[in-house]
Design a binder for this molecule. Structure first.
Ligand SMILES: Cc1cc2nc3c(=O)[nH]c(=O)nc-3n(C[C@H](O)[C@H](O)[C@H](O)COP(=O)(O)OP(=O)(O)OC[C@H]3O[C@@H](n4cnc5c(N)ncnc54)[C@H](O)[C@@H]3O)c2cc1C
Ligand code: SF4
Length: 516
């Protein structure tokens, strides 16, 4: 597929350096260099720049403006996602996992769900890695600051649309509390296009919020910069090294050489461990203990058209079973992505495609506290080698979640469901026949699970023996290296990770500002 060149960015990315701006190598210095402009990195860059620090923010991907987004999923994924959206973890199931390569990182293409984790999540962190002094109250001022800056608000009824409302009806009918999702959007039109980028400019992703604020406070922002390693002298980093790379094909060009007093790695939980290991880091937890929130969907098929493409991408969720590790959500994604999930061949498949206007995917995400994996360097490649195995205890929990999802679908008025599970009928027409989901001998490879929520590859711990960073995001190994991405989580957060990542980033930034 031939990709069109992006026009030179204009507002809101004024001041952002792009590939065309570089003549040769990029050599400069700053007080603090931040690697990665997603939720974890952009917050740190803005807060430190506003605290009067000389900050450089580096990002491998290009900036995207509203006019750059295309609805066709293949092209959109090719442009904005790592490995064109085909990245997957190998193990007892091949688990697709998506990470963005763009100014704004995952916030550019995510559903903008902002959820504060419950307090007991932090007890889990303390139990696993001895994390001290971190709880919902400690983080409350940081959540408040991030939410206020992004204008996080409840999804209003007017933009829910029939698909979301059916989910709500289904939850309420079976006695589950269903809440409108809080999101970082302003002026959402309910176009359901969050995954391919918000063409309406409503999503408050970090490229249009934190990054411009960082620039306004004096930060320098360079895109098309791939950081490969830290420059280390003794027990300290003296900067970062890398290459200038062409957007969309990653072809390396000039060298990048940035000296800095302080380095903050926020390249995401798949990339930060690779940078650390290339830099000679020895901590044994780097890249280990990868955690996912595996997600599974059941498609509800309704009698009449519900025009499921209308409405907020994800407008409601149900949190009643969070403690058991289950969160139910309504979902939407572009037709080409949904089509990969439809069963059947030939005319059967065509029939499902034709019922597209009557289909609604409802999904369950699982905390998966027993399953884990790893991220390592892939020989001969800059991409990570990702492994992940599902523990049967988590598969049993997922089966329970699927049973509840099925109940939600029927209670929402579905006339049939498409469970998407091997060894289970591909379409079920009666509620009582769906009990086979609860009774199934389900194993990981009977499911079609995917996960875009990934964490713990540089996990937080009180002692260096148990993890990579301390409670303030500082590397146990190197005094002036910090990490600010979801790799820091000490265990699964149970809820969507972006807001927690940003609250931690806000805390990390204030901690660094105090030290400088
Ligand atoms: C489709 C999708 C939907 C999602 N929906 C939600 C949601 O609604 N709510 C929610 O809470 N979470 C959601 N998530 C998850 C959420 O987006 C991520 O958890 C979040 O973006 C992680 O933030 P981060 O800063 O850790 O990493 P990232 O967002 O991945 O940012 C890392 C940045 O670093 C850059 N980078 C990587 N390597 C290098 C390098 N070597 N040199 C320079 N730069 C580099 C990357 O290009 C990227 O921009 C979703 C994710 C996806 C993919
Ligand atoms: S639902 Fe549509 S308008 Fe609303 S934030 Fe997502 S892409 Fe933008």
């Amino acid at each position: 597929m031939k990709l069109k060149a992006l026009p030179r960015p204009t507002s809101p990315h004024g001041g952002v350096k792009v590939f065309a701006d570089y003549g040769g190598d990029l050599r400069t210095s700053a007080e603090v260099v931040v690697v990665g402009s997603g939720p974890g990195g952009a917050v740190v860059a803005k807060e430190l720049a506003e605290a009067g620090r000389d900050v450089i923010l580096l990002e491998e991907g290009p900036p995207f403006d509203t006019g750059d987004f295309v609805q066709e999923a293949g092209e959109a994924m090719q442009r904005v996602l790592r490995e064109g959206g085909t990245r997957a973890a190998r193990g007892n199931l091949v688990t697709p996992t998506m990470q963005a390569i763009a100014l704004g990182g995952g916030s550019l293409i995510n559903s903008a769900i902002c959820a504060r984790p419950p307090d007991w999540i932090f007890d889990k962190w303390a139990d696993r890695t001895g994390v001290e002094g971190l709880d919902r109250d400690t983080l409350a001022p940081h959540f408040d600051r991030v939410e206020a800056f992004l204008g996080v608000s409840e999804t209003p009824r007017e933009v829910q649309g029939e698909r979301n409302e059916r989910f709500r009806m289904g939850c309420e009918a079976i006695g589950l509390n269903c809440e409108p999702i809080w999101r970082n959007v302003q002026g959402c039109l309910g176009s359901g296009e969050c995954f391919t980028g918000c063409r309406n400019g409503a999503k408050r992703s970090t490229d249009v919020t934190y990054v411009p604020a960082a620039i306004a406070a004096g930060a320098r922002v360079y895109t098309s910069v791939r950081v490969t390693e830290l420059a280390i002298e003794g027990s300290r980093a003296t900067g970062v090294r890398g290459r200038l790379v062409e957007p969309f094909n990653g072809t390396p060009h000039g060298e990048v050489h940035i000296d800095a007093d302080m380095v903050v790695l926020a390249a995401g939980c798949m990339a930060t461990p690779l940078i650390l290991s290339r830099s000679g880091a020895r901590n044994r937890w780097i890249g280990r203990d990868l955690r996912f929130h595996p997600g599974l969907a059941i498609m509800a098929l309704f009698e009449d058209p519900i025009d499921p493409w209308k409405g907020a991408t994800q407008g409601y969720h149900a949190l009643d079973h969070l403690k058991e590790g289950l969160k139910y959500e309504v979902l939407w994604s572009p037709p080409a992505v949904l089509a990969t999930r439809l069963p059947g061949l030939g005319h059967d498949y065509q029939k499902h495609l034709l019922s597209y206007d009557r289909l609604a995917p409802f999904d369950v995400i699982c905390a998966a506290d027993h399953s884990s994996g790893s991220v390592r360097r892939r020989p001969g490649s800059d991409e990570p080698d990702i492994k992940y195995d599902f523990d049967q205890r988590d598969v049993d929990i997922m089966r329970k979640g699927l049973g509840v999802l099925s109940d939600i679908c029927w209670a929402a008025g579905a006339k049939a469901i498409l469970p998407g599970l091997h060894d289970i009928p591909e379409i079920i027409h009666r509620r009582k026949d769906a009990e086979c989901i609860r009774e199934a001998d389900l194993e990981a490879n009977h499911t079609i699970a995917a996960s875009n929520h990934a964490f713990c590859t540089t996990r937080m711990s009180h002692r260096p023996e148990d993890g990579v960073v301390d409670e303030r995001g500082r590397c146990h190994e190197w005094d002036n290296v910090y990490i600010s991405d979801t790799g820091n989580f000490a265990a699964s957060p149970g809820v969507n990770p972006m807001l927690l990542c940003m609250a931690l980033a806000d805390r990390i930034a204030l901690g660094i500002a105090d030290r400088l």
